[in-house]
Design a protein around this ligand. Structure first.
Ligand code: ZN
Length: 432
């Protein structure tokens, strides 16, 4: 009896000392300073390729430097540079059955800089009309890798116009593919007999970068644990004319703040067996390009776990002191985290929005696809969050004490993975 009570006492003391450790080393004032800075108006909504995101990047780099992180192998600084191709259309001319189509009723989506089609056999003509789901069809065309002439029924005029306006501003791709081209034409063209397409675009290389720093592992340096969030957001958008800045305070200044705060915490603890990688991703909002690039810079077999943190700014569906984990059932990552939080006030739940397919909609997806137990931790009530992707996602709407509690919970719950005691099961690889 005595022995058992001693063990219980020892256990409580150690659980308590972990708790105290987190409370001492992670403080709300610092969390508030970081998130306020990242979501301030002078960062202009941190859109990829803008001066606003450059400002955010310099702030994150300065934090990493102050903390004492090291660059990843192969990088001289914290920036993990890569480029993307932007093609902006200069001229688009389409003829159907000898009739010139008006400029507002045709556009091309391609990374090629010239197209000259005259009834080409290798161009597939498809009709997007009755009973079709515009978005699903569009995604299918994008994935096909083909040359297509798409005749869009006027019932889809609104969706067509949105895509056309976006295409006019230029389209950005990570892997330029000159063999793919989609030409969209709006109108009733049931009797297509001939077509002519003549298109010219301008191509340029745009530089962008993730910001990554590491704390080398003391005894298992070749096993990596990744903590990530995305530092880009939407930038300036149409909204209330008095406010056009999409500050992205929740999305995802909150996750980036968690990454910086966890880096500081683990650097002070100074006892991580595994190598910890802290990375702020770019270009999530335009297609998760930053995390896709990152996935090519690490050997996925060496990545033991990934904690991607996305939108932890407001209380979750389950109330204060709770968060959810996407893809919970795909590995035992979530149950390890839950076990490490036993006896605390904080709780992790499985993702309550499985129909939203969040597991493959965030920056954990690229590494999860190749087998890494890479999960996203979030508190967002995505089904009813009216501030999501609006100019109202501002610092004033955040619950900073809940953010701090969530970061502390991630610190506490990740400790056995960081120390090498727990190794989550791999997730099933995605078939290509
Ligand atoms: Zn986001």
């Amino acid at each position: 009896m005595k022995k058992i009570s001693t063990i219980i006492t020892l256990f409580l003391i150690s659980a308590c000392s972990f708790g105290q450790d987190v409370n001492k080393r992670i403080n709300q004032t610092d969390v508030e300073r970081i998130i306020k800075t990242l979501s301030a108006d002078d960062m202009q909504g941190r859109a990829t390729f803008t001066p606003g995101i450059e400002k955010a990047a310099q702030f994150i780099e300065a934090e990493y430097k102050k903390i004492g992180l090291r660059p990843m192998a192969g990088n001289t600084g914290f920036r993990q540079n890569f480029t993307m191709t932007r093609v902006t259309p200069i001229k688009t001319m389409v003829n159907i059955n000898g009739q010139m189509i008006g400029a507002d009723s045709a556009f091309a989506s391609t990374s090629a800089t010239t197209l000259n089609w005259t009834n080409n056999a290798d161009v597939q003509v498809v009709k997007l009309g009755q009973g079709k789901d515009f978005r699903a069809e569009y995604m299918g065309y994008l994935k096909s890798g083909k040359k297509m002439l798409i005749l869009v029924d006027p019932q889809f005029a609104a969706a067509f116009n949105r895509l056309r306006d976006r295409a006019k501003r230029g389209s950005v791709t990570a892997n330029a593919n000159d063999n793919q081209a989609l030409v969209f034409v709006l109108g009733n063209h049931d009797d297509l007999k001939s077509f002519d397409v003549s298109y010219t675009g301008k191509s340029e290389q745009l530089p962008l970068f993730n910001i990554a720093g590491i704390i080398p592992g003391k005894t298992k340096p070749d096993e990596y644990v990744v903590f990530s969030g995305h530092y880009d957001h939407l930038g300036i958008i149409k909204g209330n004319p008095a406010d056009t800045i999409a500050n992205g305070a929740d999305d995802d200044a909150s996750g980036t703040t968690a990454v910086i705060t966890l880096a500081k915490y683990y650097k002070k603890l100074h006892n991580n067996a595994r190598t910890l990688i802290f990375v702020a991703f770019t270009a999530e909002e335009i297609g998760e390009y930053g995390s896709q690039h990152f996935a090519t810079t690490v050997n996925p077999d060496k990545v033991v776990a990934m904690f991607n943190i996305e939108m932890i700014g407001k209380a979750s569906k389950f109330g204060e002191n709770s968060a959810f984990i996407t893809g919970f059932e795909r590995s035992d990552f979530g149950t390890i985290l839950q076990k490490n939080l036993e006896g605390t006030a904080f709780k992790f739940y499985p993702d309550p929005y499985p129909q939203q397919n969040l597991f493959y909609r965030s920056d954990n997806a690229s590494l999860a696809a190749v087998g890494v137990p890479a999960h996203t931790i979030s508190t967002d009530q995505i089904d009813i969050d009216k501030l999501y992707h609006t100019v109202k996602d501002e610092f004033s709407t955040l619950d900073v004490s809940n953010i701090t509690a969530t970061i502390k919970a991630i610190a506490l719950s990740s400790r056995t993975i960081v120390s090498g005691r727990d190794t989550p099961k791999r997730v099933a690889k995605l078939e290509k």
